[in-house]
Design a protein around this ligand. Structure first.
Ligand SMILES: O=C[C@H](O)COP(=O)(O)O
Length: 258
């Protein structure tokens, strides 16, 4: 099953207008790295307008790092889908482990956000649902149970048709920002498990869904990870802040599409 590689940059709470400029200059100068792949940039929300002016290719999209499950109202500090899509967003990250860990996002809230994104009718948005186990869950051999439970809960009630709007990002929490990347074999084992789960739930549509790897993905380990059967691209944090390194990761993703 040929799935066009997808590379997502998650800037988290980093970046600046000048980094947007630097990055767009690099992308313009080396636009061949964008052939045959899709790229999504998730900057902090206040930098979306700077990116919106700079987005110049059909296959470079903008994404939000989080959304509110509410349509509008008294929710200080939050961003609705209307506001985000007006700022050019096509993709939304939901359930990132930092939101789960530091901002108390529980399964119920994550499910509400997934539902809000899927039922948003002003513009279609793609949900990037993040799942993954902590170090202690892995040590206790709970990886598959944790991932399955996260998928089951967040995708409860999602139809086969709606699954076309969903991407899964497997991000083992112990690998995020630690430099401890999962080996390609280990990542593939979990991706394979996720693929099986998706195909069981969504049938043929499950075999078409993208499953991305995230967690200390860098230029020097990207190609080996992207060579695995069910690793369709990456969700990149730290390395997406360095234009050269990010472009090298995009170019590694291209090798998958050959
Ligand atoms: O969203 C991105 C992930 O949390 C990975 O972050 P990282 O590449 O800095 O480890």
């Amino acid at each position: 099953m040929q799935r066009q590689p997808l590379v997502i940059a998650n800037w988290k709470m980093n970046g600046s207008r000048s980094l947007v400029e630097k990055m767009t200059v690099e992308l313009r100068e080396h636009d061949e790295v964008l052939d045959r792949i899709s790229v999504v940039i998730c900057p902090p929300a206040v930098l979306l307008p700077a990116w919106q002016d700079a987005v110049f290719y059909d296959h470079v999209h903008l994404g939000a790092q989080d959304i509110s499950e509410h349509a509008s109202g008294a929710h200080t500090g939050e961003h609705s889908l209307s506001l985000l899509t007006e700022a050019g967003v096509d993709y939304v990250l939901i359930g990132h482990s930092e939101r789960r860990q530091y901002y108390g996002e529980d399964e119920e809230r994550i499910r509400a956000k997934v539902q809000a994104a899927l039922s948003f009718n002003e513009k279609p948005v793609t949900v990037v649902l993040c799942v993954g186990e902590t170090a202690s869950q892995r040590q206790q051999e709970q990886t598959y149970a944790v991932v399955e439970q996260q998928l089951q809960s967040a995708l409860d009630g999602v139809s086969e048709q709606q699954s076309k709007q969903i991407v899964i990002a497997y991000e083992p929490v112990w690998a995020i920002g630690t430099g401890q990347t999962a080996s390609p074999e280990l990542a593939q084992q979990v991706h394979g498990f996720i693929r099986q789960w998706l195909t069981k739930k969504f049938r043929v549509s499950g075999s078409r869904m993208h499953i991305l790897y995230g967690g200390s993905l860098k230029a020097d380990n990207a190609e080996a990870l992207f060579a695995e059967a069910d690793i369709d691209g990456g969700l990149i944090g730290g390395a997406s802040l360095d234009p050269e390194e990010f472009l090298a990761i995009c170019s590694a993703a291209q090798t998958r599409s050959k």
